[in-house]
Design a protein around this ligand. Structure first.
Ligand SMILES: [Zn+2]
Length: 211
C-alpha cells in the first residue's frame, strides 16, 4: 500500500496533543518512549476507546498488526496496520501516569526501585495531566478519559497474575506503529515522561492517506 503524507509533527517528552483522523486516514507514531493513546468518535465524543472490549472481543490481552481498538459500543475504531515493537507487548492493562501516581509509589517506598532514579527526578506531571489538559477544550473531563492503549509500554503478565513492566522499548532510532482510523476520530496522545529510562527523545507523528 502506498501512502501520501498529509502533515507531521514532532513532540517533546511529557506533553499532550490532540488531532483529528478521518476514516481511512493513518497515523504513524514513531517513538522510543511510551505513548498513551486514546480516541473518541468525532461525532459522539461519549463513544470512546475501551480497553476491556478491545481485549474481550479479540480474546487476547496483547494486540499487534492486524488487531483493532474497539469502543465501548463495540465498534472498531482503529486497525493496527504495522507494528515494529517485536520485542515487547504494548500494555492494555493499566491507566496513565500522574504526579499523584508517582507520589503514591513514593509513599510506599517503591518509586526509586520502580524507576531506578532518585526521588528528586520525579516528574512534575504525567500523562493524566497531559491528556486532561488537551481534552478539556473538547468538553471531555478527566473522569471521562478512558484508560489508554499504552503503546511501547512493555507489559509482562506472570502466571500468577502479577503485572510487570519491563524496560524494553522500541529499538533505536525509534520504532513505530501505523494505525488506520475506521471511523472519524478525535485522537489524544501523551508522550509519557517514562522516568524508567530517562533521557529519551520525544515522539513524531505522520498523518497519511492512501495514495
Ligand atoms: Zn505516562
Amino acid at each position: 500500500m502506498q501512502y501520501e503524507p498529509l502533515w507531521n509533527k514532532s513532540l517533546p517528552r511529557n506533553v499532550g496533543f490532540t488531532f483529528e483522523l478521518k476514516q481511512g486516514q493513518l497515523v504513524r507514531i514513531t517513538s522510543q518512549t511510551i505513548i498513551d493513546f486514546v480516541c473518541f468518535n468525532q461525532h459522539n465524543l461519549r463513544e470512546r476507546f475501551d480497553q476491556a472490549r478491545t481485549k474481550a472481543n479479540q480474546r487476547k490481552v496483547f494486540i499487534t498488526t492486524g488487531d483493532s481498538l474497539i469502543s465501548k459500543l463495540n465498534n472498531t475504531m482503529v486497525t493496527i496496520v504495522e507494528d515494529t515493537f517485536k520485542d515487547g507487548h504494548h500494555d492494555l492493562q493499566e491507566g496513565m501516569c500522574s504526579r499523584k501516581r508517582h507520589e503514591l509509589a513514593a509513599a510506599r517506598g517503591m518509586w526509586e526501585i520502580t524507576y531506578g532514579r532518585p526521588l528528586t527526578e520525579m516528574p512534575t506531571h504525567g500523562c493524566t495531566e497531559n491528556l486532561s489538559n488537551v481534552l478539556a477544550p473538547f468538553g471531555v473531563p478527566l473522569e471521562d478519559i478512558p484508560s489508554p492503549f499504552n503503546i511501547f509500554q512493555d507489559m509482562i503478565i506472570r502466571p500468577d497474575g502479577e503485572l510487570v513492566h519491563s524496560h524494553v522499548r522500541p529499538a533505536a532510532p525509534g520504532g513505530f506503529i501505523l494505525l488506520r482510523a475506521e471511523m472519524d476520530l478525535l485522537v489524544a496522545i501523551s508522550v509519557c515522561p517514562d522516568s524508567s529510562i530517562g533521557g529519551t527523545t520525544g515522539a513524531s507523528l505522520e498523518v497519511l492517506q492512501a495514495a
